[in-house]
Design a protein around this ligand. Sequence first.
Ligand SMILES: Nc1ncnc2c1ncn2[C@@H]1O[C@H](COP(=O)(O)OP(=O)(O)OP(=O)(O)O)[C@@H](O)[C@H]1O
Ligand SMILES: [Mg+2]
Length: 232
Amino acid sequence: MDKIISLKNINKIYGTYIKTQVLFDINLDIEKSSFSSIIGQSGSGKSTLLNITGTLDKPTSGDIIIDEINTKNMNKNQLSELRNQKLGFIFQFHYLLPEFTAYENVLMPYLIKNKPLTDKQKERAYYLLDMVGLSKVKNNPASRMSGGQQQRTAIARALFNNPPIILADEPTGNLDSDSSKTVFDMMRDINKEYGTTFLVITHDRRIADKTDRIIEIKDGKINLDLKNGGAE
Ligand SMILES: Nc1ncnc2c1ncn2[C@@H]1O[C@H](COP(=O)(O)OP(=O)(O)OP(=O)(O)O)[C@@H](O)[C@H]1O
Ligand SMILES: [Mg+2]
């Protein structure tokens, strides 16, 4: 397997006085260009696992290897540089700034740097907004877009640096079933067209069934790991 993510013996314990172990010795390899889903009951440890995979949270013990780079001894700046190059994040709540347009939201990481935008950056933002089907509403403030449109804006933002990996935590969790399907299909298309690796938490079994691999977390352990032959 040509792996792009490798988790080795990941344990996570929260708390100093009252300790709660949330993840137990997780080992997981994710294949390059695959589309995997993580399912499991509320509180089973899915978000904790995804955040640790994305180096947003630290494990109590274990190794996270992203594209052959072991993140163990990296400092804050090195981790943020690694995330910048390798990872895009999509969350359940898209964290758009409501008073800014779709276009501005996609470029927000650059707008806050107080440097003028380059033409290349502007073109990339327009290109991505077009790709996620938002050309018509790109100048609407986020507060005047539908939930599905907002989530597609968040996807465009996550894709801005063309990351090889996208980590998504219930990206369709807030959407009705039609918009869910649109957003999921879009991620699937990006996966197929650009070979972007997707690791997506979902509680929607119909979505999980359309991915290459279903990983079920139960009580902080991998309970099931199914290669999904039925995936499109
Ligand atoms: N910062 C924290 N401090 C202490 N305990 C935490 C913290 N974050 C999560 N937990 C606990 O870890 C366990 C796993 O939480 P996690 O958010 O990973 O679950 P989840 O599978 O994503 O659930 P959901 O489907 O509800 O989002 C839960 O019991 C939760 O209470
Ligand atoms: Mg969660």
